[in-house]
Every structure is written in C-alpha cells, then in structure tokens.
Design a protein around this ligand. Structure first.
Ligand code: UDP
Length: 452
C-alpha cells in the first residue's frame, strides 16, 4: 500500500567530487519535488551545506572524516576509494542510527553513489532499502560488468593483443574489447577489483542512472537483464530536476558578458572538467591552434590544471597575448549556461559524463580530448555512435587543433554534426516531458519508494 511521502526521508550519500555530487544533488531535487524529505550525508562537502540556500528543505549531516581527503593525492583515486570504503562503514552506521532516533525520521531508502558501497552494511543492519546511484553512463556500468566477468572467468584477454582489440563484445555492438575503459587508472588489478565492487549489487534493490534511454537503449536493456533489479534511467538529471547543480568552485560569470559580444555559433568553449590536468606543452599547442583557427574561444583553466604552473596568473606572455586578441579565460564557468548560449558553436571537452550530457542537451557538437578510460568510452560514443563530434587523438599539435576547430565550427561536416546533436537534444527534451522515458522512470521510482 502507498504510504504518504510527506515524512518519508531519503538519505543521499554522494562522493565528494564535482562530477558525482552534481547529479546526486539534482536527484535530491527531483525526489524532493515528488514529496520526499532529503538528507545528505556528506564527508568532505562542507561547501555544499554552506551554499544550502540552493537546497531549501534539505537536511545535511556530516560523516566524521574517516580518511583525510589529502590521501587521495598520495593513494590515487582507486586506492583512495577502496580505503574510504573500508574506513567509513562504522561511522555511517552510527550516523544512520542517530537519524533513526530522531523523531519523524522514517528512512525510506539510502541512495548512495556506486563508489560509496560501504553504505550497504548500514542498510542491511537497520533493514533499510538501498539503491545504487551511478553518475556514469550505462555503457560504462556495463563495461565494468564485462571486465569483472572476464576476470572472474579467467578470460581477461591480454589487453595489448591487437587481434582481440577490434573484436566486438558479444551482444554489445558496437563496443569492442579496446573500448573497455581500462586506461589512465594505473595497473589493471586494482581497477578490476574496483569494478568487482561497484557491480556487486549486494542488497541494493534498484539502480538509478543519469542517462536517458534514447542515448543508451541497448546497454540499458543489457544492464537490466544482467543485474535483475529495476534500472531507473532518469537523465539528464539537470533537466529532470530543472537544476544546474551546486558548484564547488566559484563561477566567473563575466564570460557570459563576453559571449554576448560574439557572433552566433562562432565560439569554441574549452572545458576539461573538474579534475583533469595537462602538460604546459600541450596547453601551448592548444593555444596556438586555437589562435590560428581564427575562431573566438572561451577557455576554462582551473587552478592546478596545468602541471607545473600556477594557472592563469602565470601564463606565458605569448599565451596571454593570443588570448587577449581572440579568446577569454576563466577559472570556472557556469558551464550549462555557457553551452546554452547562442554564441557557442562547439565544445572542446574531456568527455566526462556530465559534460557529455550537458552538451547533448544543448545540441552542441564536440571536439573530444579524453584523458582516461571512461572518458575515452564516452568519446567513442560521441564520435562513432551518435556522430556528433571529432576525436583529437595522439599528441596535441597546433595544426591538428586548428583543423579540428575549423571542421567543427566552420565546415559543412560540423554543421551536420550540429544537426544530429540538435536531433538528440530534441529527443532528450521529449524524454523528460510528461510521458517521456525519464519522466516515467522518475514517476516509477517515486512509486517504488513510497510503497517499498
Ligand atoms: N563544470 C562547471 N564549470 C566549469 C567546468 C565544469 O560547472 O568551468 C561542471 C560541468 O558542468 C559538469 C561538471 O563540472 O557538470 C564536470 O563533470 P564531468 O562529469 O563532465 O567531469 P569530471 O569533472 O567528473 O571529470
């Protein structure tokens, strides 16, 4: 029987990184609109509660720090997450037991980022339903399952074997062995262990994923079959929730004024996410190529994103000169607003999943310059499946940059990609409208949470 959602509390457990916390908070907004009370249990996210004017009605609880965030630099992302999961179980149980003691704290469900699988122990102990949230693509989730299986069955091919590399994975056309997202994370074994953990559903009763079925129908069906629990594709969550998300860095809105002065579809926007870093040499080649393309460009250069440099304060003179002539640099942009601006003609992206969804949702074609495995998988989809972008492979060199920008912004080829991107934008809009697949998935999830 359906219980009132009024007092039904959902506990959200995000990972403290921009690309994870943004869609999780958007999910919170979407569920709040369905009448649920939202509690966010956060480890290192003090910035969000301090900006909680964006989250009226949300309740924030702080998880005691079980592992200093600074260790993520020394351990690397995968080892850090593994250790965090080992050290956080007890403190999370304590947090849930306190919440349960508070009056009116009937917890309907714990929804945790798939990397925070330590939450399952508390869910099991207190007999609270739990749901996994994935901020990556369905295809990435499927690849984790495939890698895990191949490993368990001792069929994990030698990843370097050129004959196997081009083979298509059974039932998953057009995914090939070489698309499995294994590069950029260091040795394979810890990555495989992590894959095993994140595809292990434990006692979770469903999985929520920030995608739309018009983008990934095949891998979504595969996932549904493989996992045997409901899969809710609710994305793109920034549209489902009508909320761009909390920004962990301060947005420099002056770039919107600069965009207002540019011609329609003339600007290439360069944004490489919240974590990626590049060598100074690569940055110089990019700057030369961008400048030689004669197109205006808006470039996000975060503090610390250029290795061995302090960021935009210490740019070499030649770059500063080029930029002042044709471009504009900010440390952090209101990305969704930028992508929606009529002056933007293309997005040079590292192909993080949020950026990919945000670009498609605005019908903006892309130049793909991924850094690691999952981003490479998204880039492959952008270029070869949806055909809305160009991959820039190999070393970054100014001539290749100039050609890529012209292909995307000036040439007929770019216009065709824009048209296809626009087609996908319309499909995404339809999926979040009443009766659309993401709209229905949110409705079904809300029903499930109310009756579960
Ligand atoms: N972002 C932003 N301003 C910027 C750069 C990025 O608001 O200047 C946001 C972007 O809109 C996206 C998120 O940061 O929502 C980055 O997530 P993504 O999954 O693309 O990449 P990650 O940072 O996880 O590598």
């Amino acid at each position: 029987m359906e219980k009132s959602a009024e007092k039904r509390r959902i506990v959200l457990v995000p990972v403290a990184a921009q690309g994870h916390v943004t869609p999780m908070m958007q999910l919170g907004k979407a569920l709040q609109s369905k009448g649920f009370s939202i509690t966010v249990a956060q480890g290192h996210l003090k910035q969000i509660s301090s900006s909680s004017q964006h989250f009226p009605g949300f309740h924030f609880v702080t998880l005691p720090e079980s592992l200093p965030q600074s260790e993520s630099k020394t351990l690397g992302a995968i080892e850090f997450m593994k250790k965090l999961n080992k050290t956080s179980e007890a403190s999370f149980k304590e947090c849930i037991s306190k919440l349960l003691l508070q009056q009116g704290s009937d917890i309907a469900c714990i929804i945790y980022d798939k990397l925070m699988y330590f939450c399952e122990a508390a869910a099991k102990e207190f007999n609270i339903p739990s749901i996994i949230f994935s901020s990556c693509s369905a295809t990435n989730q499927v690849c984790c399952c495939v890698l895990s299986k191949l490993n368990a069955e001792k069929f994990l091919i030698d990843m370097e074997d050129p004959e196997m590399q081009d083979e298509v994975l059974e039932g998953l056309h057009p995914l090939r062995y070489k698309d499995l997202p294994t590069s950029g994370f260091g040795p394979l074994e810890p990555l495989l262990e992590m894959c095993r953990e994140v595809v292990n559903k434990r006692t979770a009763s469903a999985i929520i994923i920030n995608t739309a079925s018009c983008l990934e129908s095949l891998t979504l069906s595969w996932m549904q079959q493989e996992l045997g629990i409901p899969v809710y594709p609710l994305g793109p969550l920034h549209i489902t929730a009508s909320f761009p998300g909390p920004s962990l860095l301060e947005e420099d809105r002056s770039c919107v004024e600069w965009l207002n002065k540019q011609k329609p579809r003339s600007v290439i926007y360069i944004g490489l996410g919240s974590l990626s870093q590049m060598e100074t040499m690569e940055m110089l080649e990019m700057a030369w190529g961008l400048s030689n393309s004669n197109q205006p460009f808006l470039w996000v250069i975060r503090a610390g994103s250029i290795l061995g440099s302090d960021g935009i304060e210490s740019l070499p003179d030649e770059i500063s000169k080029m930029v002042s002539e044709r471009g504009y640099i900010v440390k952090w942009a209101p990305q969704i607003e930028v992508l929606a601006h009529p002056a933007v003609g293309g997005f040079w992206s590292h192909c993080g999943w949020n950026s990919t969804l945000e670009s498609i949702a605005e019908g903006v074609p892309m130049i793909c310059r991924p850094f690691q495995g999952e981003q490479k998988l998204n880039a492959m989809y952008i270029e070869s499946v949806w055909k809305i972008g160009i991959q820039l492979e190999g070393e970054v060199e100014r001539g290749a940059v100039e050609r890529a920008v012209k292909r995307l912004i000036v040439d007929e080829e770019g216009a065709c990609m824009r048209e296809r991107a626009f087609g996908l934008k319309e499909k995404l809009k339809a999926s979040v409208r009443s009766g659309g697949s993401s709209y229905n998935a949110l409705d079904e999830l809300a029903k499930y949470l109310k009756t579960g």
